[in-house]
Write a protein that binds this ligand. Structure first.
Ligand code: C2E
Ligand code: CA
Ligand code: CA
Length: 461
């Protein structure tokens, strides 16, 4: 029976997860899946992590059950899938043979909007449908209603895998009638592979069964070389587990793949258009757009008021869509997708982290170059440090009318300083100052005026 104390703990957990979702704290991690025959990476499973602001990275054991019970899983999964699809897109281009698998819980499968959401998330611009594998547990394959939904997904071109195989009650008969893409042997069976073993016959019979059904297998939880060898000897095709790699952030996966390339020089092309040589994420096209948005002529970035609160240096989603439509000559829907792509890459974010990018009157911020992990243009690099340094622009007290402003400089003075220090024209200097302002290095004394080459006063922050 559920005691009041447990009920209280659950309610608290529910509210904490819901808040985490509002703040968009759920992130995709990935774990590689290896081909046991070639020793090369065949794909990756996307696993959800809670990037908790106080506790750090939290695994699903603490929240998945409650999220599923309360329905929060639907939104969480949508967020994680969308982020993964965008962030993995450059990897999908660079490694055309990899597939990516995503977990679906019974509740998600029961959502009428699932087919449409999958189509929206997985496109040729992110990860094409035929490279997505949907993992469903064995339970779903025995429930007639769920089975129906699975076959509909399959007829729409989605590939499916049976997850945690061996822990449920699927009958051979129900599997025989279906075309399933992969069968994942549960870790419990793989862990029986030790020196002396009790229940290995179960594992062997699962392998036989899958063989008879001509179903490629993925062994889960492979932790030792002995397990790898045993499975490879018996013709199991794929393996996933700590021996190969733990679930990791996507950036780490990029590095992991690059190391694999060095170990096994393969046919992978060195550079694919749109992808930088080393750090592939965020991708270059997105960086270009992000740069264009933040340079002069880009977005109107300034402080905004809402409900008496001031949000510094932000822009409006709808205006950004307008800008992208006009300057990139794309449809509105594509412009929104481009914005969402930037958001998934962490190049822009909602002011209070509640929304991904939307075509709406919502406020967003562009990541600073440091957050985004990209360098400023060479001429602007270090400029803000110089500006603040001992040889920097001199800041003094100014009086305007009856008001006194300490430690600031006029726009004119800043432009003159940049123009002489960098030996550039006044025009270029103004543009650079504007860029610095967008990055938050210069602020108007009232925080409400864009940069101009005038007597207006600014602070160097
Ligand atoms: P799963 O789908 O069976 O995922 C495999 C789990 O085994 C992962 O746990 C992974 O970290 C763990 N694992 C992999 N290799 C090894 C190994 O060698 N040794 C051991 N001891 N463990 C290994 P994780 O990430 O904690 O996920 C737990 C479960 O939460 C997943 O089980 C899946 O059912 C669920 N889950 C995770 N992410 C998502 C998601 O995005 N959506 C949904 N719906 N469920 C998810
Ligand atoms: Ca899984
Ligand atoms: Ca599993």
């Amino acid at each position: 029976m559920l005691t009041w104390r447990r009920a209280l703990v659950r309610t608290r957990l529910y509210h904490r997860i819901a808040r985490g979702l509002r703040r968009r704290e759920f992130e995709p991690f990935v774990q590689p899946i290896m081909d046991l025959r070639t020793g090369q990476c065949a794909g990756a499973e996307i696993l959800m992590r809670w990037a908790h602001p106080q506790r750090g990275i939290v695994g699903p054991a603490e929240f998945i059950e409650e999220a599923e019970r309360t329905g929060l899983i639907v939104g969480m999964s949508d967020l994680v899938m969308t982020r993964a699809a965008h962030r993995l897109a450059p990897i999908a281009v660079r490694y055309p043979d990899l597939y990516f698998s995503f977990n679906l819980t019974p509740l998600q499968l029961a959502q009428p909007q699932l087919p449409r959401r999958l189509e929206e998330i997985f496109t040729d611009d992110t990860i094409a449908r035929d490279r997505v594998l949907l993992e469903l547990t064995e339970r779903e394959f025995v429930d007639p209603l769920a089975l129906n939904r699975i076959t509909t997904l399959q007829s729409n071109g989605w590939r499916v895998a049976i997850d945690d195989f061996g822990t449920g009650h699927s009958s051979l008969a129900s599997l025989e009638r279906m075309t399933i893409d992969r069968l994942k042997i549960d870790r419990a069976f793989v862990s029986t592979i030790r020196d002396e073993t009790v229940s290995r016959p179960v594992l062997d019979s699962i392998i036989d069964l899958a063989d008879r059904l001509r179903l490629p297998m993925i062994a889960e939880g492979v932790e030792t070389q002995a397990q790898w060898d045993y499975l490879a000897d018996r013709g199991v095709q794929y393996a996933q587990g700590y021996l190969i790699g733990r679930p990791m952030p996507i950036t780490a996966f990029v590095e992991w793949l690059a190391r694999q390339d060095q170990l096994t020089p393969s046919s992978v092309p060195a550079v694919v258009p749109g992808i930088a040589g080393d750090a592939n994420i965020p991708d270059v096209a997105a960086q270009r757009l992000w740069n264009a948005l933040r340079t002069p002529g880009g977005l109107d970035i300034r402080d905004r008021m809402f409900h008496l609160r001031t949000y510094t240096n932000c822009f409006v989603g709808r205006e950004a869509v307008d800008w992208i439509v006009q300057h990139q000559r794309v449809s509105r829907a594509d412009a929104v997708r481009m914005g969402q792509h930037l958001s998934a890459l962490g190049l822009l974010s909602h002011v209070v982290d509640e929304h991904d990018f939307e075509d709406a009157e919502l406020f967003y911020r562009l990541a600073t170059p440091r957050d985004a992990g990209v360098a400023l243009g060479p001429s602007a690099a270090g400029l803000s440090a110089l500006l603040r340094g001992p040889q920097g622009v001199s800041v003094t007290q100014h009086t305007r009318g009856l008001l006194r402003h300490g430690d600031c400089a006029t726009g004119k003075a800043i432009v003159t300083w940049i123009a002489t220090s960098l030996r550039v024209s006044r025009d270029t200097a103004t543009r650079l100052a504007l860029q610095l302002m967008r990055e938050g290095a210069i602020r108007h004394v009232y925080d409400d005026k864009p940069f101009t080459d005038s007597r207006a006063l600014y602070r160097v922050v």
